[in-house]
Design a protein around this ligand. Structure first.
Ligand code: HEC
Length: 323
């Protein structure tokens, strides 16, 4: 046996391994705080919450432990109208706080300092829950905000005494978006096999909307950029189509609205019952749909209205919130 080859081989391996480790560990000196969260970035991480991918506290990706994005039309404490209405990001007690609140450096220079000092975000407690809102600074000259005021996070529980319960109670159900849980559905159902959340700066731009900017994704996990597209980019889909009715038809069976669509149907996300609590008869629906396809009916069967706490509601909330 020729020991020499092994010695040469192991040294070459050591060299290659050592070099690649050096490159991996020492060279990437990218400073997270160098990318300053944009307002879009703050909205994303506050609306989606800590983590919408696989995690120990939600191993089967049910969308548990997620915040709510709520349109607030009146002050939940005083009842005074708020005009124009603002969005609050509500973290009920026990919900993991967003990335930027736990690791404030993710917010980036300026936004971090403002959120801590003026926004009091470090006072937020997971066990009590918290309500966040996005504020705009008026002292941009202090930081390197290039011509536009920095947006930062405010802990409305600390600054105004808004509790998660107050805000939820004061809101109509239609003003509540379960976008955080919906993102988990997006990840779990593998929508990213076919859809990106990253329009490119090519002709894409004209069709799918502007490509994102540095700072639009701070603190988001996962980002779901995707690498391959069989369907359209969805980053701004809510701007071109915010119709819940269309989304309902399309998710129940994409062929109802796009006859040649290759998108699978997601009717099982409706669960067992519809909005009225009646059992959904999928077999009957399918039979009537087949009759329609064969020309024995002039219209397809109606798509059942989803229940308030169904998974499809979360997913549609997430999709229409992609603006
Ligand atoms: C097998 C590939 C595939 C998968 C998986 C898939 N889609 Fe699609 N999707 C498409 C294609 C192709 C289209 C365009 C045709 C159509 O509208 O059905 C589309 C269209 C859409 C549209 C309309 C886009 C627009 O520009 O108006 C939305 C919204 C959408 N998909 C959401 C989803 C979501 C959410 C999921 C996961 C639950 C999903 N899709 C899973 C292929 C897919």
């Amino acid at each position: 046996m020729k020991f020499r080859e092994y010695k040469i081989g192991s040294r070459m391996f050591g060299l290659a391994f050592g070099l690649s480790m050096t490159i991996t560990l020492l060279f990437p000196s990218f400073d997270l705080a160098a990318s300053v969260s944009s307002e879009v970035g703050l909205d994303k991480q506050l609306a989606i919450g800590w983590d919408s991918g696989w995690q120990l506290s939600d191993p089967t990706l049910l969308g548990l432990n997620k915040p709510l994005k709520i349109l607030v039309k009146k002050d939940p404490k005083s009842g005074k109208p708020i005009e124009p209405a603002i969005y609050a990001y509500v973290y009920p007690a026990g919900t993991s706080l967003p990335n930027g609140v736990i690791h404030t450096a993710n917010l980036g220079h300026g936004v971090e300092e403002l959120s801590i000092k003026d926004g009091r975000i470090t006072e937020a407690q997971k066990k009590d829950g918290a309500v966040f809102i996005i504020k705009h600074s008026d002292h941009l000259e202090t930081f390197e905000g290039k011509g536009h005021p920095l947006a930062y996070v405010e802990n409305a529980t600390a600054t105004m005494g808004w509790t998660p319960d107050d805000v939820i109670k004061a809101a109509a159900d239609t003003d509540i978006l379960h976008a955080g849980s919906g993102k988990t559905m997006f990840v779990r159902e593998g929508c990213w096999w076919c859809h990106t959340l990253l329009p490119e700066q090519t002709q894409d731009w004209q069709v799918f909307g502007a490509p994102p900017m540095l700072g639009d994704f701070n603190g988001m996990s996962p980002t779901s950029f995707g690498s391959d597209r069989k369907g359209p980019d969805l980053l701004h889909v809510g701007s071109r189509n915010a119709s819940r009715e269309w989304m309902m038809l399309h998710f129940f069976n994409p062929r109802l609205v796009q006859p040649h669509s290759i998108m699978p149907r997601f009717d099982y996300l409706w669960g067992k019952v519809d909005a009225k609590g009646d059992k959904i008869d999928f077999a009957k629906w399918r039979k009537e749909y087949d009759e329609y396809r064969e020309g024995q009916r002039t219209t397809p069967p109606d798509v059942p209205m989803y229940a308030k706490d169904s998974e499809i509601r979360n997913l549609i909330d997430f999709v229409v919130n992609l603006k």
